[in-house]
Design a protein. Structure first.
Length: 194
C-alpha cells in the first residue's frame, strides 16, 4: 500500500466514529481532572484558613478564664482609697495597678482589645449588651450611660460584649406629661378592668 492510495470509505467511517468518541471521552476526562484539581485546591485553601483561624482564636478560651481576674483587679483599684498615709498600702495599690497593666498588655499583645464605650456613645448590639435602661436628660435615646463590665474582642470577633446601661428609647404613645397630669388628680379616671 502506498501513501497515495485511498482507503475504503466504509472502513474509514467506523474509525472516524471511534476517533470522535475517544476525543469526547478525552475532553470529559480532562474536564473531570480540572474539576478534581480545583476541588483539591479549594480544600487546601479551606484547611489553611481553618488552621489560621484555629491559631488566631486558640487563646479565646484561655482569655475568657482571665477576664474574671482582670475584672477583679479593676474592681480592686476602683474600690481602693487613693488618699492614705500608709506607705505599705500605697505600695500594695501600686502593685495591683502594675499587675492590671501587665495583664492588659498581655491581652493586647495577643490580639485582645477592650470594648469600653464612652458615656453618650450610641448603643451597638454587636459590641454591647444592654443590662438596664436608665433615663438621662443630657443624652439622646439609645445612648450608653455607663459601662458595668468591659468587653473584649479578638481580631474583630467579640469574645465578651461590654455590659452597659443605656437610655431608654422614646415611648410610643403617651408622654411623661400625660402621666403626670393623671397622677395629680386633674385627669380622667381610667377603667383598668378590661
Amino acid at each position: 500500500m502506498t501513501d497515495d492510495a485511498q482507503l475504503d470509505p466504509e472502513a474509514v467511517a467506523p474509525l472516524e466514529a471511534e476517533l470522535a468518541a475517544l476525543k469526547a471521552e478525552n475532553d470529559a476526562l480532562r474536564d473531570q481532572a480540572l474539576r478534581y484539581a480545583a476541588d483539591a485546591e479549594n480544600t487546601k485553601r479551606r484547611a489553611e484558613r481553618e488552621a489560621n483561624d484555629a491559631r488566631a482564636y486558640a487563646i479565646q478560651r484561655f482569655a475568657r478564664d482571665l477576664f474574671d481576674a482582670a475584672d477583679n483587679l479593676g474592681r480592686a483599684l476602683t474600690a481602693a482609697p487613693r488618699e492614705t498615709d500608709d506607705a505599705a498600702f500605697k505600695n500594695f495599690i501600686a502593685g495591683v495597678e502594675m499587675t492590671e497593666k501587665a495583664l492588659q498588655g498581655a491581652f493586647e499583645r495577643n490580639g485582645l482589645k477592650r470594648v469600653s464605650p464612652e458615656r453618650g456613645e450610641k448603643f451597638d448590639p454587636h459590641l454591647h449588651q444592654a443590662m438596664m435602661e436608665q433615663p438621662a436628660d443630657d443624652l439622646p435615646p439609645g445612648s450608653v450611660i455607663m459601662v458595668l463590665q468591659v468587653g473584649y474582642e479578638l481580631f474583630g470577633r467579640i469574645v465578651r460584649p461590654a455590659m452597659v446601661a443605656v437610655t431608654p428609647k422614646a415611648a410610643i404613645g403617651a408622654s411623661p406629661q400625660a402621666y403626670a397630669a393623671s397622677a395629680d388628680g386633674g385627669g380622667e379616671a381610667l377603667d383598668t378592668k378590661a
